[in-house]
Design a protein around this ligand. Structure first.
Ligand code: ADP
Ligand code: MG
Length: 596
């Protein structure tokens, strides 16, 4: 898609012709730095922009790549083409160790931890005798490629920009893939992604390692460009600056990394000349300016400069933005694998005296009920009755205090929501959880995660296209099933609540579930939307789907369900047909008692 883009080719031709044009050496050098910085910043777009993990420590990975190559090529005469792989391997190991320690941390602890290891690596580099301490390593050899020396800035330029553009293409391809959608799901919290069967921890680690490797590759290029390394470009200052580039350029966009790197490099040089003249001395004043600019950018243009630039250049640059409307190329794609479905009437879910205590509060008090294949069971009760908690016990979001849940004859109590999703339960959320800046179709395709298998490398190399077609064909089929095929290209964030709830049902259906669990799907819907939802559920039942419907609204479940379980204060009050429930004085009292 990208390589057929004429604009992209035009840029490549322009970039490629610069060194042979009479461009002054100074500008070639500047562009070399922009390319080097953009590679690091690209990793941060992925890590911080897309996945929501902030790192101040990327400069340390740049240093790891740079020092590895500098030391091996000077002290041991190893070819830089080999040291690259040593540096990458070392970085992967270090990143994995750091990820294991820090990525389970939440909130502000991760950024703090990145500061800590950024500093540690910096001081390690500065204090090791064999790395030349603060003086670093001199006389790093220039590179050769097929006998051609890359000693001049003009020839090295080609290597840097080849790597930078290939990295950008790989990241663009990655973001538009099964793994990419999983990565994009990280930012909104882990609950939804895990319910779709995605190991969020695994993807956090992957993204962290990818960002670290990009930084290390930049460091490798840096070492043989400068031909000397010392600790100062790899300190915390620089780590902050890299993050600043990503945020300034537009942390959600691949080309934002390049925009940010270019702006920061060019402005930084000016500031380093001007500021010391204004304030005297030779402090790193530019960091202060960058800090202030960062706050302003976050305030006025939280998306960074790139989207604004793209708009300003109108139609031309607009084509650089990722397209929202996907080309519909999946007709005739083979269907995704399906699981063995239970036969009608088979005991599907057997909830056996499940209990959940939050401290002294018994939120769910030994509740039992069953669901047979093909049934719609309603779980109702006033607010605070324990419906959502029961739902979360069944779906693995919460651990059981006591009791057991059998699904298709197998105990699932104590399994994670991901393992439960694998076994064929799929759910929606009381508060809709989706990726607002992806299309409806892409959101639904997330449900097909467990039915597909291509990973990060296949995505980067575009080897996953056939499977992608199958995924989108399935997503479109599920959208058609609930009557939303016409809206598949809309951004999910633009949907009203009713269609957003239906989209969640389509996403759940895309997992090919044996049991569908819906948490208050009608809450907050207008009358028309409720009718549309009821129609969809009726049709799913007619197709043989089994559904657990957790609802607050008693009228909504009356005409839909085969049986209803009523809860009050965590306890099962009564179970029966809608008629039984409607006529029960106890149920009426429960609802009246808490409602009015
Ligand atoms: P419902 O979905 O029927 O409205 P919930 O299952 O959400 O009810 O809540 C049942 C009870 O458990 C409520 O009293 C609620 O305050 C309490 N509760 C729910 N989740 C938690 C939690 N994570 N920690 C402590 N108490 C909770
Ligand atoms: Mg609830």
């Amino acid at each position: 898609m990208l390589l057929r883009n004429r604009l992209f080719l035009a840029l490549v031709v322009l970039l490629a012709s610069l060194p042979v044009l009479p461009v002054p050496e100074f500008w070639i050098t500047q562009l070399n730095y922009v390319g080097l910085y953009a590679i690091v910043s690209l990793g941060l777009v992925l890590l911080t922009g897309v996945s929501g993990l902030t790192s101040f420590g990327q400069a340390a990975f740049v240093g790891l790549g740079a020092y590895t190559s500098a030391w091996l090529s000077t002290a041991h005469g190893v070819s830089p083409w080999l040291t690259l792989w040593v540096g990458v391997a070392l970085t992967v190991v270090v990143a994995l160790v750091l990820a294991a320690i820090t990525l389970r941390m939440s909130g502000h602890y991760l950024p703090l931890a990145t500061i800590a290891w950024g500093l540690s690596l910096y001081y390690a580099m500065s204090n090791m005798e064999f790395l030349g301490k603060y003086d670093g390593i001199l006389g790093v050899p220039a590179m050769n490629l097929f006998g051609i020396s890359l000693a001049s800035g003009r020839s090295y330029y080609y290597l840097i920009w080849l790597v930078a553009l290939l990295a950008a293409i790989a990241v663009i391809h990655l973001l538009d893939s099964r793994a990419g959608r999983a990565i994009r799901a990280l930012k909104g919290g882990t609950t939804m992604a895990e319910a779709m069967g995605i190991s969020t921890y695994r993807y956090k680690v992957l993204v962290f390692v990818i960002a670290a490797v990009l930084a290390a590759v930049s460091g490798w290029l840096f070492a043989h460009f400068q031909r000397t390394v010392n600790p100062s470009p790899f300190g915390l200052n620089k780590g902050i600056e890299y993050l600043f580039m990503a945020v300034l350029g537009g942390v959600g966009h691949v080309w934002g990394a390049f925009t940010g790197a270019a702006v920061v490099k060019l402005v930084e040089d000016q500031l380093q000349v001007i500021l010391p003249k204004l304030f005297g001395g030779n402090g790193n004043y530019e960091i202060i300016v960058f800090g202030i600019v960062l706050v302003v950018v976050l305030k006025v243009a939280p998306q960074g400069l790139f989207p604004g630039l793209a708009k300003a250049f109108g139609a031309i640059a607009g084509r650089w933005m990722p397209p929202t409307q996907r080309v519909r190329d999946w007709d005739g794609a083979p269907a995704l694998p399906e699981r063995d479905k239970p036969v009608a009437g088979e005991l599907l879910l057997d909830v056996q005296a499940v209990r959940k205590q939050f401290g002294g509060l018994v939120a769910v008090n030994d509740v039992s009920f069953t669901i047979r294949a093909g049934e719609i069971i309603g779980l109702i009760g006033p607010n605070g009755a324990g419906k959502s908690t029961t739902f979360n016990l069944i779906t693995g979001v919460l651990g059981l205090t006591r009791g057991q849940v059998l699904f298709r004859g197998q105990p699932v109590g104590g399994l994670s929501s991901r393992e439960i999703a694998e076994r064929g339960m799929s759910r929606t959320f009381q508060h809709v959880k989706m990726l607002p800046d992806m299309t409806v179709l892409e959101n639904v395709a997330l449900g097909g995660y467990l039915r597909s298998r291509h990973g990060v490398f296949a995505a980067m190399l575009r080897l996953d296209r056939d499977e992608e077609k199958r995924l989108f064909a399935e997503a479109e089929r599920q959208l058609a099933r609930i009557g939303m095929a016409g809206q598949m290209h809309e951004l999910a964030g633009n949907l009203a609540l009713g269609p957003a709830r239906l989209m969640e049902i389509a996403r759940a259906l895309c997992t090919d579930p044996a049991l569908l669990l819906l948490d208050e799907p009608a809450a907050g819907l207008r009358h028309k939307e409720k009718q549309a939802l009821a129609e969809v559920l009726r049709q799913l039942k007619a197709e043989g789907m089994s559904i657990l419907l957790v609802e607050h609204d008693m009228d909504f479940v009356m005409n839909l369900t085969d049986r209803i379980v009523v809860m009050e204060f965590g306890t099962k009050l009564i179970e029966g047909t809608p008629q039984d429930v409607q006529q029960s004085p106890a149920v009426r009292a429960a609802y009246l008692g808490t409602e009015h």
